[in-house]
Design a protein around this ligand. Structure first.
Ligand SMILES: Cc1cc2nc3c(=O)[nH]c(=O)nc-3n(C[C@H](O)[C@H](O)[C@H](O)COP(=O)(O)OP(=O)(O)OC[C@H]3O[C@@H](n4cnc5c(N)ncnc54)[C@H](O)[C@@H]3O)c2cc1C
Length: 475
């Protein structure tokens, strides 16, 4: 086993000035993620600037049996990027690999470094009159390598799909330091197995994403945002089916916002006003966009009328300016902030067939309230994708231990119900470390064997993000 001093010397020489952090104070920010979870102090933090340097660091770790964990923008929600406490890990941060390599507006593609921040990618696409549609609350800090590795979804999945549908090519440093160069900008490629898909959603367990070729779309010329008040979730689903049919496939987002979330948003952002006169049990935040001259306003007004007639909505507002639209979307951001301000709570990310959402919501709410009548349920999400963030705020004033035990019990119950409805415990956030036990409990044997086989093939020493998704082998 190599000594810590030798490791520091070798990696510093390899990475150059500023390339390796070893002091506790310098490494502090690599131990925490957006929700505020803390990991252990890493062995050190490597900050390579090129794919070649990443490959050399990984190859070095492979030769010396050093576990490592790739890090992007620390916005993951399942603890995957947090350094482990039992087996000190080397953090490999991609923060200094943040360039847009090329934008090709004729091929509708762009190639970027793995550490490129999502917002910079969106800005560069826009500058070329294109759109990269991945859109999520963390876009100012999350990196494309993290988005690829978590197969991120976000607000526009309805129209454009998840990360898996937005990647044309990838460059990945494999766990032994070899480079898989799949940076092809091809919209069609049927030559053999589609290897890039292996790394999408692998949460850093099969390699480090150092580059990506992304699919672009024409930039929307017109878009309209509306907030609709609905009597219940059943009405929201009816409205969704109506909107899908009547909005010419131009819907980009269809988000469920219960009243409790709107109140959390107003609590977190005091400037925010109740957008409609009377409170409503649930709201829909929807957006439609087109890259050509389409009368979206007329289309949405027609939806309003038909929704009113069918009793699916009771009130609504159609933003008449970009500022108004931004204010409506601000509700979505502020409610996340509001939740975070309420301290530790159960954060879930389940998906169900869209047609089962009402029955699921009813049963889950009844059973959770029966287990803990003082808990507050806030179930919102990308309802057009069948993706519900069924989150639960525990009653205030609980001691840490009692709160953790309660949240665990509620999560177990909720996931059993998800399983009964043939749903998934992770629609988009992934498994990481926090959801591993629940994931393995219902993973069928053949799937487990295939996943373990892939891991062993690419990372036989279990050095790359060990203990995330799959457990470490018993030694
Ligand atoms: C406010 C907020 C809103 C969010 N909204 C959504 C949403 O709507 N939809 C959604 O899907 N997700 C959402 N997320 C979570 C989402 O997973 C992340 O925002 C994002 O995809 C993670 O990127 P990151 O760069 O921050 O990765 P990190 O948090 O740094 O890492 C996440 C995982 O990816 C791995 N990883 C990171 N970089 C690499 C790399 N280069 N190569 C290999 N592995 C790597 C890490 O090891 C870890 O397992 C949200 C998060 C926040 C905080």
């Amino acid at each position: 086993m190599i000594t810590r001093e030798a490791l520091f010397d070798d990696l510093s020489a390899l990475l150059g000035k500023g390339g390796l952090l070893t002091e506790s104070g310098d490494m502090e920010r690599y131990r925490v993620d957006w929700p505020g979870y803390r990991g252990a102090e890493p062995l050190a933090v490597a900050r390579p600037t090129t794919t070649r340097q990443v490959a050399e660091v990984v190859s070095y770790c492979h030769r010396h049996d050093i576990p490592l964990v790739p890090q992007g923008g620390h916005s993951g929600l399942v603890g995957g990027a947090l350094p482990d406490a039992d087996y000190p890990e080397l953090v490999v941060s991609l923060e200094r690999m943040a360039s847009v390599r090329q934008v090709d507006p004729i091929n509708f593609s762009m190639s970027v470094d793995g550490g490129c921040v999502l917002q910079s990618i969106k800005d560069a696409a826009e500058a070329a009159d294109c759109d990269f549609p991945l859109s999520l609350g963390a876009q100012g800090s999350c990196q494309i390598g993290g988005n690829v590795s978590t197969n991120a979804g976000g607000l526009n999945v309805l129209r454009y799909g998840m990360m898996r549908q937005l990647v044309l090519g990838l460059e990945v440093v494999l766990p032994d330091g070899r480079i898989y160069n799949g940076m092809k900008a091809l919209h069609k490629n049927n030559a053999g197995y589609d290897l890039k898909q292996l790394f999408i959603g692998a949460e850093g367990t099969l390699g480090i994403v150092t580059g990506a070729v992304l699919k672009l779309f024409p930039r929307p010329q017109v878009s309209r945002t509306a907030l609709l008040a609905c009597p219940d979730i059943d009405a929201v689903l009816g409205l969704y089916a109506l909107a899908r049919r009547s909005c010419c496939d131009l819907l980009t987002a269809f988000e469920l916002v219960p009243r409790a979330c709107l109140e959390l948003a107003m609590e977190a952002s005091p400037d925010l006003r109740d957008p409609l006169e009377a409170p409503s049990p649930v709201y829909v935040l929807m957006e439609a966009a087109a890259s050509g001259p389409v009368d979206l306003e007329a289309m949405i007004e027609d939806l309003f009328e038909r929704g009113f007639e069918a009793g699916m909505l009771t009130d609504g507002v159609l933003a008449s300016s970009d500022t108004q639209a931004r204010n409506l979307w601000h509700i979505r951001e502020a409610m996340l902030e509001g939740q975070r301000n309420r301290g530790e709570h159960l954060r879930t990310d389940v998906s169900l067939p869209i047609s089962s959402l009402t029955a699921f919501h009813q049963r889950a709410s009844d059973e959770i309230q029966a287990l803990c009548p003082q808990a507050t349920i806030i179930a919102y999400g990308h309802i057009g994708d069948g993706n519900l963030h069924f989150n639960i705020l525990p009653p205030p004033g609980l001691e840490a231990e009692a709160r953790a035990a309660l949240l665990h019990e509620l999560e177990e119950r909720l996931f059993e119900i998800v399983d009964d409805f043939d749903g998934s415990i992770s629609a988009e956030h992934g498994i990481g470390r926090f959801k591993q036990t629940a994931f393995l409990e219902t993973l069928p044997e053949p799937e487990y064997e295939i996943m373990r086989g892939l891991k062993r093939l690419l990372d036989p020493r279990y050095l790359m993000s060990p203990g995330r998704i799959l457990p470490r082998p018993i030694e």
